[in-house]
Design a protein around this ligand. Sequence first.
Ligand code: NAD
Length: 290
Amino acid sequence: MKIGFIGLGNMGGPMAANLAKAGHKVAGFDLAAPMPGGVVKAASAAEAAAGAEVVITMLPNGAILRAVADEIVPAMAAGAVFCDCSTVDVESARAVAGQAQAAGLGALDAPVSGGVGGATAGTLTFMVGGSAEAFDKVKPLFDIMGQKAVHCGEAGAGQAAKICNNMILGVTMIATCEAFALADKLGLDRARMFDVVSTSSGYSWSMNAYCPAPGVGPASPADNGYKPGFAAELMLKDLRLSQQAAEAADADTPMGELAAALYARFVEDEDGKGRDFSAMLPRFEARHRQ
Ligand code: NAD
């Protein structure tokens, strides 16, 4: 298949490389990042998109996605599919899908879970909004870049699934970290705490797969000085998207709101920027009841 790929950063680079490795013809464009092996560099986003059957974008945010869409939608071939894999606000996802459909294109919002490790290994999970026809056309590419693709519903449904998932993740990480800090003060050994909670009703991905306590549980960023992994500022971005969506949809999300406020303080006023999002544990360790 002829593929255009725009945004080849930490995630997009290895995703595009996997498509090229599988034998697809990939034309890439990025303002800064180098092209990975097998990807042909285009002179502009429009040039990467022209003539492609599927155009994939992997960009930092909704405003940049909208600007890129303005540039590439007129350049895309009739019947091609515009597949955005970035994490953006639901409104931008729906606006770009509407713009593409009005121009006779297919459109999907297909954000991912799995991080840079998953992008490199080709084991991402895709959560996808858009028509069944567009989903079926891009599914073979999802199968190369990932291990699972769920068709969640119409335009915006993929972003909705992503921000709901990450709101749960932010809240459970905070709960897990504050519980470890409390356990410390109660004199409970961390390994014993993990042993109990990871097989009791307090378990979660944050505890079991990504334990924020160094030396406890499986290897995680906590064992590597809290080097990301998944940076605290990216968690803050996703929590803000969840709160923006909650406000637009008039949904009551008090825990998500509190998690967004805590990560904002951590990233903007404390030492959280550039650290893994599980570094909430040393933050709680260092603080007393207020
Ligand atoms: P990144 O900053 O490494 O990559 C983004 C790339 O987009 C950069 O290389 C940048 O030069 C390029 N870019 C920006 N504006 C552009 C434009 N107008 N035209 C062409 N290229 C442009 O970010 P990333 O970590 O690869 O994340 C990309 C998206 O994936 C984000 O929406 C992020 O939230 C999401 N995501 C990231 C992770 C992760 O662990 N890093 C996990 C899941 C989802």
